[in-house]
Design a protein around this ligand. Structure first.
Ligand code: SF4
Length: 446
């Protein structure tokens, strides 16, 4: 049962040294009890107390690190049902499936395609992160060779699946640098798989059909000393699988039902042969509450929308996506290049800068601080007014970089042009298009 703030406070050093970033130990205890602070923030907690508090303050869904060639990716660690309550922390991992029954040429094609699925968007790299290697015929040599191929050809985190412990062991040895998740542990092989995961120190994927069987299995595995589990409730029907995700998340969070306190793995690839339906199912599990979604088809036109959906769901709703205000050079602008101004909402910046880049007309792009609001919202809130834009243009230093005195403003902020002309008498104010896609045509006419 969770400890109260006062109970936690009794175990803290009570020196009020403030190193945890809070003014007193009591404040830290309260923050810890409500899940707003991490125990690691206090360097003076003894190991014994750490152990007691760690159990009480452990996140309701245990986070697990998946190891990629460079860096790690976490799943689990969520603390709320709905993102507006706080935020979701660890985006659903998107995984591709290869099996030992897949022809070599098809595997090569899939792995190459996996590595090509990388997109820069709003300053972030969007991509799938995992390859699931599945055993189809119990051949340990074949399984290990396939795991090795995935290691050599990709930078992916890995999940190795076979119901035979010796086959999994061969694959895990071939992929040992990637510290793969191994499985599948079921009621029938839990002892062998649990022992293997312990021996290799790897996370374990566990599957059982139905809630009772799943709770029984995870209880058994945690009883063996295993902490890092990924779970699968076994259903491959959309309605039931969706319900399972919701039930597992709710049970883990609300009564803190520890047997379900793990990230889930979902298998749209086993629910349909239709690539489009597979993506629709994946979209459901990204929204509610898949830790990993495993896909058979890795075509770009199906994966890209899933990456965008994931980006939207896993951004913090309390923090607007912003970029730093300032002067941005698009291309290699010179003293005669055009000057445009817009807001610091990240999406606005990336769309506008992308269109300017596409025009091949080098330009200066001024990004004004509007606290992450888009043009119309910032204008309506008085954060992108004639006064504030004029002040920004005068102070940002653009006049030292350029002889141009023509300022392009967003079409949706046409209403500020009069004020700007008054405030910036040396400048000619040009009203840009309302749609960013029309920017290249405009720039080419200047
Ligand atoms: Fe108290 Fe530890 Fe925070 Fe110092 S760092 S104020 S000892 S909780």
């Amino acid at each position: 049962m969770a400890l109260t703030g006062i109970e936690i406070f009794k175990m803290l050093p009570k020196t009020n040294c403030k190193e945890c970033g809070l003014p007193t130990c009591l404040a830290f205890a309260m923050a810890l009890a409500s899940g707003k602070a991490e125990l690691d923030a206090c360097p003076y907690v003894s190991d014994e107390v750490k152990e007691k508090l760690a159990a009480a303050s452990a996140p309701p869904i245990r986070p697990i690190k998946l190891v990629m060639k460079e860096g790690t990716k976490a799943v689990g660690g969520e603390t709320v049902m709905f993102r507006h309550e706080k935020t979701f922390f660890n985006p659903t991992v998107i995984a591709g499936l290869v099996t030992t029954a897949t022809a070599d040429a098809e595997v090569d094609k899939k792995l190459d395609q996996f590595m090509k699925l990388q997109y820069d968007r709003v300053g972030l790299l969007l991509r799938p992160e995992m390859i699931v290697v599945k055993d189809a015929d119990g051949d340990a040599g074949k399984f290990a060779a396939l795991a090795k191929k995935v290691v050599d050809k990709t930078d992916a985190a890995m999940l190795l699946i076979s119901d035979k412990a010796d086959v999994v062991k061969a694959g895990a040895e071939a992929a040992k640098d990637r510290k793969p998740v191994i499985g599948v542990a079921t009621a029938a092989n839990a002892d062998a798989m649990g022992a293997l995961a312990k021996e290799l120190g790897l996370p374990l994927y566990a599957k059982a059909d139905g809630y009772d069987a799943l709770a029984e299995l995870t209880t058994k595995l945690t009883g063996m000393g295993l902490k890092d589990l990924l779970i699968d409730s076994g259903s491959r029907q959309l309605k039931q699988a969706f319900q399972d995700q919701v039930v597992i998340r709710r049970a883990a969070l609300v009564p803190k039902f520890r047997p379900f306190g793990f990230a889930t793995v979902t298998f749209p690839c086993e629910m349909t042969d239709d690539p489009m339906m597979e993506k629709l199912y994946a979209a459901v599990f990204i929204a509610k509450y898949g830790g990993i979604v495993v896909l058979n088809d890795l075509s770009a036109d199906g994966i890209f929308p899933l990456l965008l959906e994931r980006l939207n769901i896993y951004t913090d709703p309390q923090k607007p996506m912003i970029i730093s205000p300032g002067i941005y050079e698009i291309g290699t602008p010179g003293p005669d290049s055009p000057v445009a101004v817009t807001t610091n909402f990240a999406l606005t910046y990336f769309i506008v800068s992308g269109e300017i880049e596409a025009s091949k007309v080098p330009a200066w792009l001024l990004i004004q601080d509007t606290e992450g609001l888009s043009v119309m919202t910032a204008w309506a809130a008085g954060k992108f007014s004639g006064d504030s834009v004029a002040m920004f243009v005068k102070k940002c230093g653009i006049t030292d970089k350029t002889k141009t005195r023509t300022l392009i403003i967003p079409g949706y902020a046409a209403g500020i042009s009069g004020d700007l002309e008054e405030e910036l008498p040396d400048w000619k104010i040009l009203i840009g298009p309302r749609e960013a896609s029309h920017i290249p045509a405009m720039l080419k006419t200047l």
